[in-house]
Write a protein that binds this ligand. Structure first.
Ligand SMILES: [Zn+2]
Length: 352
């Protein structure tokens, strides 16, 4: 009989919320360091992980974000970005993910003079190579950062629009939510709306539930990154439920950043039962030491989601993908066949 891990690995999946810089493997950092002539604090990949993972003492989003600086330093060339993007598609394929939206902040990768278009091109090249090699559909989301100037963020929106539906599918806002409320970014996302860019916003993670309302009503978010704190405010809960705004929940990460105190308090079951369109995602494979199989395992073992319910959560993700109608319909058809097969296999395996 298949173990829980084997069954969850076999479940066909979608990851809508995964950061490129938070998901690089230590072996790739070693390869990049050698190529770039940079010295590392250790030559052991296991030890290198200490610099790339949020540890047990992580107590806030601010502390969690510190781990990114180390990795971003190695992702300043087109070759490095391409390799990181390719590696992320490979990691998706290993977990039987058939569609992935990879996000990153282009402005963080320009320290050595890359133009914003060169950054976007490099990531897209890696993703396309991954698509060919691993039979995963891979798209990307360009992130504006809360700590960046309006000018820098407007530049991201303009660049994303040049690549819209050529690999880029949406724009996002990330960074320290507690320090920068979403209303400060109205002008940036006004431009995104004018350019018909789909929008997702990190909100209701390190900031209160009210930020989810601002993200939806004033910034035009069609999806919310995390949004797990909507449970704190019945009006916000009703807003995302009534409008069926998908929440990109990332349980392992949300517990590390203390958006939610513990697994026992994580409201995945409550949100699902109240009819909110919930999805489950990884956020950062390396920083959070997670993968999508582990996240689905937790849904079944900790919150008693049935196989049927897990399929509904995967279908929620299909509804939420930032693809155009035709591509979305193709993905839905492919996924439906795979889900039916998975459920059928699961039934056969559990039969006496
Ligand atoms: Zn995120």
């Amino acid at each position: 009989m298949a173990t829980l891990t084997e069954r969850m690995k076999a479940l066909p999946k979608i990851d809508l919320h995964v950061h490129l810089d938070g998901s690089v493997k230590p072996e790739l950092i070693m390869e990049l360091a050698a190529e770039q002539g940079k010295k590392l604090p250790t030559s052991n990949p296991e030890e290198l992980l200490r610099f790339m993972q949020a540890d047990a003492h992580c107590d806030s989003l601010a502390r969690y974000l510190e781990t990114f600086h180390f990795v971003v330093g190695f992702l300043q060339t087109a070759e490095a970005l391409e390799k990181a993007a390719l590696q992320l598609v490979e990691q998706a394929a290993e977990q039987n993910i058939i569609y992935i939206e990879v996000r990153y902040a282009p402005q963080l990768h320009r320290e050595q003079g890359l133009t914003i278009d060169e950054v976007l091109e490099a990531v897209l090249k890696g993703l396309r190579e991954g698509e060919r090699k691993y039979d995963v559909t891979a798209r990307c989301i360009a992130i504006c950062l809360r700590g960046h100037s309006e000018e820098q963020n407007l530049e991201v929106i303009e660049a994303a629009s040049r690549y819209l539906n050529r690999g880029v599918v949406a724009v996002d806002l990330a960074g320290s939510e507690a320090d920068y409320p979403p209303e400060q970014f109205e002008k940036v996302f006004e431009l995104a709306k004018q350019l018909h860019l789909p929008i997702t916003i990190h909100a209701g993670e390190a900031g209160g539930a009210g930020n989810v309302g601002t993200a939806v009503n004033r910034l035009g978010a069609g999806r919310i990154g995390h949004g797990v704190r909507v449970m704190e405010n019945p009006d916000m809960l009703e807003l995302v439920r009534a409008l069926q705004i998908p929440l990109e929940l990332c349980p392992a990460s949300n517990i590390q950043t203390k958006a939610i105190e513990s697994w026992e308090q994580y409201p995945f079951r409550e949100l699902f039962d109240q009819g909110v369109k919930v999805t489950v995602n990884t956020d950062n494979l390396t920083v959070s030491n997670t993968n999508l199989t582990k996240e689905f395992e937790a849904l079944q073992s900790r919150f008693r989601f049935t196989d049927e319910e897990l399929c509904r959560i995967v279908r929620n993700a299909i509804d939420a993908v930032f693809l155009q109608d035709e591509e979305k319909a193709e993905l839905r058809a492919r996924m439906n066949l795979m889900l039916e097969k998975w459920q059928c296999d699961a039934t056969n395996l559990s039969a006496p």
